[in-house]
Design a protein around this ligand. Structure first.
Ligand code: 13P
Ligand code: ZN
Length: 205
């Protein structure tokens, strides 16, 4: 699992989904959690130094965990089926999180099937909190009860998945869908119909 985390972090970084030391990833284990260390670059994670937390979220190994441990705890506690959480500052999803009126439940319309299949029906926007602020935990938990992914206002996306690979795929799909939504702004785009969305959720949800 550590090797996969290093590989996927490097892949996200190489393709520009994260820059500098932005973003963090957590993975649920049978006896606790792995988390990327604070101030680490997703592009250069060291498998041996990845933070280990026990089942009570106490730091028990590796470097000091991400300052966003509350964000990851909120999602993984709200969604027992989730195996991993990916938080990025990917450009287009973050741009949408900065819109004055992003739309509370559908800041990105259902334009393509893979957005619906990987991200789901709703994408709440959680109000701005300073990075690492423990006060965000309650609202993120509440949002995660009804959604696999969310946008943090003026910050970026938080995406969960059944597995680490699923969470990464969903984070990538969210970013590309945000890019499409911005490209199509002001144009007469044809989104998926509610019936098409329901069909996708029934078939792949
Ligand atoms: O994205 C980040 C803060 O929101 C990065 O923080 P960490 O380096 O502590 O993981
Ligand atoms: Zn962040």
């Amino acid at each position: 699992m550590r090797g996969l985390l290093v590989e996927l972090g490097a892949s996200l970084f190489a393709r520009g989904y994260s820059v500098g030391s932005a973003g963090n990833i957590s993975v649920r284990l049978p006896d606790g959690y792995l988390m990327t260390p604070t101030n680490s670059s997703l592009g250069r994670l060291d498998a041996a130094r990845i933070s280990k937390l026990d089942a009570g979220w106490n730091h028990v190994g590796g470097d000091k965990p991400s300052k966003e441990v509350f964000m990851h705890r909120a999602v993984l506690t709200a969604r027992p089926e989730a195996g991993a959480v990916v938080h990025l500052h990917s450009t287009h999803a973050t741009a949408i999180s900065c819109l004055a009126s992003p739309g509370d439940e559908a800041p990105i319309p259902p334009l393509t099937p893979y957005f619906v299949m990987r991200v789901g029906r709703s994408l709440p926007v959680v109000r701005y909190y300073r990075p690492g602020d423990p006060a965000m935990e309650g609202e993120i938990h509440a949002a995660a009860l009804g959604a696999r992914a969310m946008l943090l206002a003026n910050h970026g996306p938080v995406v969960s998945g059944r597995s680490l690979v699923d969470a990464v795929y969903a984070a990538e799909e969210l970013e590309e869908s945000a890019r499409l939504a911005l490209m199509l702004r002001g144009q007469a785009a044809r989104g998926l119909t509610p019936a098409q969305v329901e069909d996708l959720l029934r078939s792949f949800g």
